[in-house]
Design a protein around this ligand. Sequence first.
Ligand SMILES: [Zn+2]
Length: 561
Amino acid sequence: MTILPDLSDLVIEQVSITNEVTVTVRAASPTASCPCCGTISKRVQSRYTRTLRDLPVSGRPVELIVGVRRFFCQQSTCVRKIFAERFPSLALPRVKFTRRLQETLAEMGFALGGEAGARLGKHLSIAGSSDTILRLVKQIPLPAVSSPRIVGIDDWSWKRRLHYGTLICDLERNKPIDVLPDRSVETVSAWFEKHPTVEIVSRDRSSEYAAGISKGAPQALQVADLWHIGKNLAESVETLLARCRAEIRRSLHVQIMPGQEQETWEPVLKGGRRPARSRSVALAREGRRAQKLDRYAQVIELRDQGLRAADIASRVGIGERTVHRWVAHGSFPEARQRRRRPSLIDPYARFVLSWWQEGNRKGSQLYKELTAQGYKGSSKAMYSYLATLRTPQPDAPKSTPLKRRRRESVPSSSAPLENFSGQRATWLFLCQPEKLDQMQQEEVALIRQASPSAETAYGLVQAFMQMIREHTGQPLDTWLSEVETSHLPELESFAKGIQQDKAAVFAGLTLPWSQGPVEGHVNRLKLLKRSMYGRAKLPLLRARVLHVAEKQPARAALLAG
Ligand SMILES: [Zn+2]
């Protein structure tokens, strides 16, 4: 980029620099050729000046004053009797911008849209209203769609998930090739009818796209995206594991029954409520509650008698704000039971418990072992944790063996599925077992042991995930029939969906194409759309998406067009 545009055919007559830079130029050649017939003419009919805006120089706007001559066409048969000379390298005819300014404005339009482009332009002393910018963007021809063979199709939300548009990408060239106004069967099939070269279409699990593609491109092989298949499976597993919680609770209950000495649920102590330290603590708590209940009754009674909050407060002997709070509450405000805070000893709870159950009682010894394992907490914290193991629970009879007391005091929320989110359990189920650390493997084992449904599901889920990981569809049929006899409704309904879309799922499991690149382009489309402040109209959005994808500078497009 030079300070001045290409002036090779021109003579600079004068340069004036004030707040603006004004350059006066005229053509160097004494002749000009007629734009109609090409005949060279040297007969000047008249002169005028044309003003062109150019790119700024050091923040100063630049204006070119071009002396233009009108010539007589000397070809007697030419329809043009008179023509004005042109400066093709400098500017297009009848345009008030130099070519390079026009290109810059169009690029700003593609990158930022009209409004933001104009605002930035003002800041950079590049003149051009948002209307001008948008007009320039629309003037640039869109890249032609070469016959695509392998495409990906995905949707994006126009407005608050009420209305969707469609983006189609060429997966071989990794670029968007069209933006459609909606995702209806008609629109999609019409597009494919116009593009008969398509052989393979990658798509999500949407039945609408499936139908549109089948209708418009019956010759094409549809490929269901693996990621979406995996997502569907994860959703089924999450529902299934939620159901397994009930099973696990029942299994917990069974283990409390006398005579059963299995240790399955013992170690899990995280979360849950802080166990009461002793009977006296529990009694004190009861006492405080009774006192509070009594005060509450007084407050309500006095309020009903019409007393002001301040008077109630002084009579009952509590703060005025408490009165307001209680009255606003509408019922007796039970004290919130404090959750047990996570403690540094939590990761070692399992170890401490087994140490305790082996009959060890020497705290100093335990503290040594814990610190050797990396425990960073104080010995005091460790001793108070031990105290919760030592103290009988309020409602547990003294004679009950410790093991059973612990079981009963462990709230049901300590069951592994309750202990971490359904999402986490789902993740553990889908993950490759070798990728899990020992703790995570134990968590999976706990869930599988506790629930027969989870156990059956785990095998099936892993078998499916293995197909995804190994990119094979061979075992799909066997897998589907195994699910049929699994009595797991969640997986059965997932399998039903696969069954209905089997060819595409099989293709997804075996072919290398995926929605990944399409989703990347969808994200960029969303960014562009957002930058247009919700006023994006399809033609402009489409122009911007396809132009940016082409990475073809507006300059080249302008020169070509
Ligand atoms: Zn002519």
